[in-house]
Design a protein around this ligand. Structure first.
Ligand code: ADP
Ligand code: MG
Length: 466
């Protein structure tokens, strides 16, 4: 981690934070949510950012505040508070800035972006996102875990009569939700070219929506979707949040259902488990067909591997495919990645694909799938290092010699596992998630000011990871 440099001005610090956010979150999210943020005020202990609308403020606060705060603290450890204010001026200066960007000599890309951003949503025939040509029904391997979702997707694609609305597909990461949605779009495009289809991510949808709100084009925004036969919105879990805009969004949704437009949604959870949505909206989302995609089985993984191997045009020994299907269980994307890596390796070094070379080439990936570090491992290791009892990880004792290692263990649990703050709290003697959050912050802060401490924590982290 780079040491904070007092010579940077707040504007420069913000520039560095922005660069990192851009890299971490990707261009789309950055352009939609973070680029419009402007530095409003900055003191030694407090940073305030300005955005043009209340909606943006709420969105940024719920989704990105924690990360932005953390990055600011890396620039300037004394920052204790971070907030976002609504300031219409942010809109104006942003417009000015955009104009100057357009004039930049190397501003070709900026120019295009600017045009597309100011173009009316209505006139833009490509509201949706590009479709991946590989994501077709033909390339989708069907098995027990996804047969319902597949059948439902095919039905919706084939049948102009709406039988269930919305179709709600849900399941874990990398299990084929996006693939199925693109497949629907391809299928309709090919067989029923007269039907209008729009596919886009929830984030993009929300972005278009706010833009329409901002420029008072909400009526035309809704109008736009009236001429659509099939509307698909991917990853709607990103829509959570307790804003009134959410309601507006779902009014649009309701209007479409009422007008008998087919809506297809995907999410990582079932409608009833989606966070931050009102009950009546949840029930509205769940009132069509809810089809979940279960985690893959061995048979499905093997089927997918065989199909993908064939399409790569590389022959893999059965043993290798069976081995991969057995070992890589997390998601289909990793499975594909593994296959491609081995194919590339074998063609690069001109070696035959064998079980041994597979094991060798995928050592890290296999390890990650094998051993998921759990909180107990972390508690044990940290307790051992600081010579305290493992039971003290759960105890109420608050002496520094015990409380500090406990905080370190919480910090590492957050860093090294996928457990949520409440889950971590429960694993530490039923503590509250705010206690965990506080522990994580405390450890981070000390690490920034005390390099010996930081080294200690880093060392523990590396040992646990290895
Ligand atoms: P999700 O949207 O659910 O996170 P994706 O649709 O992006 O997952 O799928 C991840 C990758 O796995 C894609 O490359 C996709 O083609 C592939 N994939 C997932 N399920 C299947 C399947 N049943 N058959 C073929 N490929 C699949
Ligand atoms: Mg997806």
């Amino acid at each position: 981690m780079a040491l904070p440099d007092p010579h940077y001005t707040p504007a420069e610090q913000w520039g560095r934070v922005r660069t990192r956010l851009r890299r971490e979150l990707g261009e789309d999210i950055y352009a939609s949510w973070l680029k419009p943020l402007q530095l409003d005020a900055c003191t030694d202990s407090h940073v305030s950012m300005a955005v043009p609308t209340r909606f943006m403020r709420d969105w940024v606060m719920t989704h990105y505040a924690e990360r932005i705060h953390t990055l600011w603290r890396q620039e300037c450890p004394s920052i204790r508070a971070f907030d976002v204010v609504v300031c219409p001026i942010a809109r104006k200066s942003q417009a000015e800035k955009a104009t100057s960007e357009v004039k930049a000599p190397n501003g070709k890309a900026a120019l295009i972006r600017q045009e597309s951003e100011t173009a009316s949503f209505l006139e833009d025939p490509t509201v949706g996102a590009a479709l991946d040509p590989r994501y077709t029904f033909d390339n989708f391997v069907v098995g027990k875990p996804n047969e319902l979702a597949y059948a439902a997707a095919l039905r919706v694609a084939d049948d102009a009569n709406i039988t269930f609305n919305p179709l709600f597909l849900y399941g874990g990461v990398g299990l084929g939700k996006t693939h199925l949605m693109h497949a629907i779009a391809w299928h309709i495009r090919e067989r029923h070219p007269e039907r209008r289809v729009i596919y886009l991510s929830a984030e993009k949808f929300m972005y278009q929506f706010i833009r329409a709100l901002r420029s008072k084009e909400i009526m035309s925004f809704k109008e736009q979707f009236r001429s659509v036969d099939v509307l698909m919105i991917d990853d709607v879990q990103f829509i959570g949040g307790k804003d009134s805009t959410q309601e507006e969004f779902f009014h649009t949704f309701n209007a479409l259902v009422d007008q008998n437009r087919q809506i297809i949604l995907s999410a990582d959870k079932s409608p009833s488990d989606l966070d931050g949505l009102e009950e009546r909206l949840k029930s509205r989302l769940g009132c069509g067909l809810v089809a979940d995609i279960h985690p893959t089985t061995y048979e499905l993984r093997l089927g997918i591997l065989q199909t993908k191997a064939e399409s790569l045009g590389v022959s893999f020994p059965d043993k290798v495919l069976e081995f991969l299907a057995h070992k890589i269980i997390s998601n289909v994307r990793e499975l594909e990645g593994a296959l491609r890596r081995i194919a590339a390796l074998s063609s690069l070094i001109g070696r035959k694909i064998t079980l041994e070379m597979t094991q060798e080439a995928l050592r890290d990936l296999l390890r990650a799938n094998e051993r998921r570090l759990d909180i107990e491992d972390i508690q044990r290791k940290v307790a051992e290092r600081f010579a305290i009892k493992v039971s003290d990880m759960h105890s109420v004792r608050r002496h520094r010699t015990i409380a500090r290692p406990r905080q370190i263990a919480m910090y590492l649990a957050k860093k090294l596992t996928t457990k949520s703050l409440p889950e971590i709290g429960r694993a530490f003697g039923g503590r509250d998630h705010t206690t965990v959050m506080h522990a994580v912050r405390t450890v981070k802060t000390i690490m920034q000011s005390d390099s010996a401490f930081a080294e200690e924590v880093e060392l523990l982290k590396r040992t646990l990871e290895s």
